[in-house]
Design a protein around this ligand. Structure first.
Ligand code: G6P
Length: 424
């Protein structure tokens, strides 16, 4: 029996918080949480979410006291895990990340391309601040990060602080969901090798109950995994299951056209969904997850977080896909390069497992995007416009100087209030 722990949730005003609460209740036997501290810079959202989560816990038949604070140190002190899920500038800034690149014929997306870079620029300084508080006041704690872009955020934290961090994304479960659906088998019978970066990952060597899938079965998986994102012929040819975000690389022009044709960008849709969700959360009679939450993209959010916490704290060692510095696991990338790979997670921490071979067909793409990511992390920390420009020149979705330069200027200007490092 393990002792009860404290969990800190930074960015607790996020509409995803109830999913985490639900996960905690589901796992209450294996990970007994005796205390939760909610922190957010938005005191109003924080109060609403705390009120709702108390009712939700009660509805689920489980009581955990939720303390609310806007003092980071207070939230972090004594916590075994510090769950971080912040969005600097909110979805309002995300609208600009998605729309401005489109004016230049470039993909506009939350995490992929120049939009993701701007999110990294806004987020990394705040994330480093959180990590430094953890490092100073509770160095034994693990940061469990869901803040996007999770790969870049994790790389910044591991480069510039000694805080322990697990960079997570529910996207790592995507191949499992699709294989299970295509084959009609339980999710836990599915295994695969996996390599790449966050939102630039590939699953391969798929097995079901330890039996490699046949070519015919893979073709069926390809149909299901590509659905709504890309041409299944790509998967059949690669013999890989790419993250859905590869649609922006394999169908770039088509996606730019589709994004331009939308009446509302995804962030505008999310703003409306958030309004709906928060109206429900504010209602003192509401004690179940609002419908609007199911229309968000972060399904499976708490599953990996809980798996990581159980493996580290409760002796449930497991191989889990996490964003970690490569440290030799992916040959040819710098040791500091954060990669999304299967890791051995246990009480001793998180160690990336060696990737025997990165598929040749996508090696160049992974290396190029990693190159962009490393430059973007450097620019986020130093506030150097020159480095930011180099990052866009290295990005396969931008690359052209004549596009990158004015695009960068406009993006920086649109983010002026959130980027003191670039406007000092
Ligand atoms: C997926 C991705 C997340 C992303 C989310 C967007 O879950 O893995 O990284 O943040 O989708 O969902 P949204 O509802 O905000 O568009």
């Amino acid at each position: 029996m393990v002792d009860k722990i404290k969990l800190a949730v930074i960015g607790a005003g996020s509409s995803y918080t109830p999913e985490l609460i639900e996960g905690l209740v589901k796992e209450k036997e294996s990970l007994p949480v005796g205390e939760i501290a909610f922190h957010d810079v938005d005191a109003a959202r924080l109060e609403i979410m705390a009120g709702f989560c108390r009712r939700f816990l009660h509805h689920l038949g489980h009581e955990i006291p939720i303390a609310v604070t806007t003092d980071l140190r207070q939230a972090v002190e004594g916590a075994t895990f510090v769950d971080v899920q912040i969005r600097v500038g909110g979805n309002a800034q995300r609208v600009l990340d998605e729309k401005i690149p489109l004016k230049y014929g470039v993909v506009g997306q939350e995490t992929t391309g120049p939009g993701g870079m701007m999110k990294a620029f806004r987020t990394i300084p705040a994330m480093l601040q959180i990590a430094r508080v953890v490092e100073r006041h509770n160095p034994g704690a693990w940061i469990v990060n869901y803040t996007n872009p999770t790969g870049l955020v994790t790389e910044a934290v591991t480069l510039h602080t000694r805080a322990k961090i697990a960079g997570l994304c529910s996207g790592a479960l995507f191949p499992r969901w699709r294989v299970s659906e295509a084959m009609g088998v339980p999710e836990d019978s599915v295994r695969y090798d996996y390599v790449g970066l966050n939102h630039l990952s590939f699953a391969f060597n798929v097995t079901v109950d330890a039996r490699p899938v046949t070519d015919e079965e893979f073709d069926r998986i390809a149909e299901v995994a590509a659905r709504g994102f890309m041409d299944p012929a790509i998967l059949r040819n690669l013999r890989l299951i790419p993250s859905p975000y590869l649609q922006y690389y394999f169908h770039t022009s088509k996606k730019v056209k589709e994004l331009k044709a939308r009446t509302l960008s995804r962030a505008e849709e999310v703003l409306a969904l958030e309004q709906e969700a928060f109206a429900a959360y504010s209602d003192p009679a509401c004690d179940t997850k609002p419908e609007a939450l199911a229309k968000r993209g972060g399904g499976g959010y708490s599953e990996i977080a809980l798996d990581v916490m159980k493996a580290i704290y409760a002796g449930r060692e497991k191989t889990i896909i996490v964003n970690v510095p490569s440290r030799g696991a992916v040959k040819g990338l710098p040791d500091s390069a954060v990669v999304e790979i299967p890791c051995r997670v246990n009480a001793a921490g998180i160690v990336g497992l060696n990737v025997a071979e990165v598929p040749k067909s996508v090696w160049g793409l992974i290396a190029a995007v990693k190159n962009y990511e490393q430059l973007a992390v450097e620019a986020a920390v130093t506030g150097s416009r020159d480095t930011a420009l180099l990052a866009l020149l290295a990005h396969p979705l931008v690359r052209e100087y004549d596009v990158a330069r004015p695009l960068l200027e406009e993006l920086l200007e649109a983010n002026r209030d959130y980027l003191p490092q670039f406007f000092a």
